[in-house]
Design a protein around this ligand. Sequence first.
Ligand code: NAD
Ligand code: UDP
Length: 341
Amino acid sequence: MTGVRKFSPQFSAMVNEADQGRCVLVAGGAGFIGSNLCDRLIAQGDRVICIDNLETGRSENIAHLIGHPGFAFFLHDIIEPFQVEGPVERIYNLACPASPPKYQRDPVHTFKTSVLGALNLLELARLKGARILQSSTSEVYGDPDVHSQNEDYRGLVNTVGPRSCYDEGKRAAETLFHDVHERDRVDIRIARIFNTYGPRMDPEDGRVVSNFVVQALSGLPLTIYGDGQQTRSFCYIDDMLDGLTALMETDTAGYDPVNLGNPGEFTMRELAEIVLEMTGAQVPVTYCDLPRDDPHQRCPDITRARRLLGWAPRVPLREGLAPTIAYFRDQIRERQQLKEN
Ligand code: NAD
Ligand code: UDP
């Protein structure tokens, strides 16, 4: 039997314990949201332990943090138990592939990541007395038959479809968070995140914003799935980080799930038009099959977040797409240069 791995973060001697912030563990810290969160935490003086198996995350997302005195990275799959030496005050669980083609590649592993990963992180939170935030998802509502979705809606989820590993895994993780809180008084937060986009998304991620922008910038047709009348509500990464950190730090929000997302709702056709207009690309759109169980309508009701956190997103879609397009342009240029050299 292999032993439980033990991580001993070596924060540099440059770090003065007395005026350092807290120690925050970010599982999934090399991913899109996670790496942006690591930057934010480091900037505010926290020490950050990033744990990631690099399944969908990329080392280039955290390359600039490697060697920073307040940052430690451990390559690890959270489905395997682990221990951490020293204090941990906060744990963000962002570890899970979020793009449908990525989480469907190995559905059993995705389910294990949500369930076993949650158990391992909850145990760590219990041992350390840390507060722990779960990145849940609007997918817990499935293909919703109410609109918009508030937290009391219980969802319409297929247990045996291509999206089930993710949707049901995330639902099970919420249950585990709730039950461990009830049993052990672990201090939990549950964020139900709606579609979020911005710099550090993987150009090959397969989600709609990255696909459309990369296709437009590469002179390829935009691939609309189905008739393009399905809707999503897109939240810019900076707003999401504000929401996640506000939820983590609130002492008065209770332990129930909180929707975080931007209520601005768009059809995929509208999104394609906006991307074409903003990139100036002269490319056609093509219509492909709609994936099974693809939700038809999605829009967060953020009344609870507004009330409990005083939070609401500030960045409208076009404003957030501008730096996102610039980021993908850079990514494409860098890849092109690598190919040429
Ligand atoms: P992402 O794929 O960019 O990041 C996920 C990170 O978790 C990656 O770095 C990946 O390597 C890591 N990871 C995956 N499985 C792991 C495992 N078993 N052990 C260790 N690390 C593992 O996705 P993201 O968009 O940054 O999403 C982050 C979190 O937010 C996910 O939990 C996702 O379910 C949730 N979420 C995201 C969105 C969104 O629109 N971006 C929406 C709802 C929920
Ligand atoms: N989509 C699309 N073209 C693409 C990728 C996705 O039309 O190239 C659609 C997809 O079918 C879904 C919506 O865009 O209706 C959002 O898909 P995404 O994978 O970004 O997120 P999710 O379905 O998990 O909300």
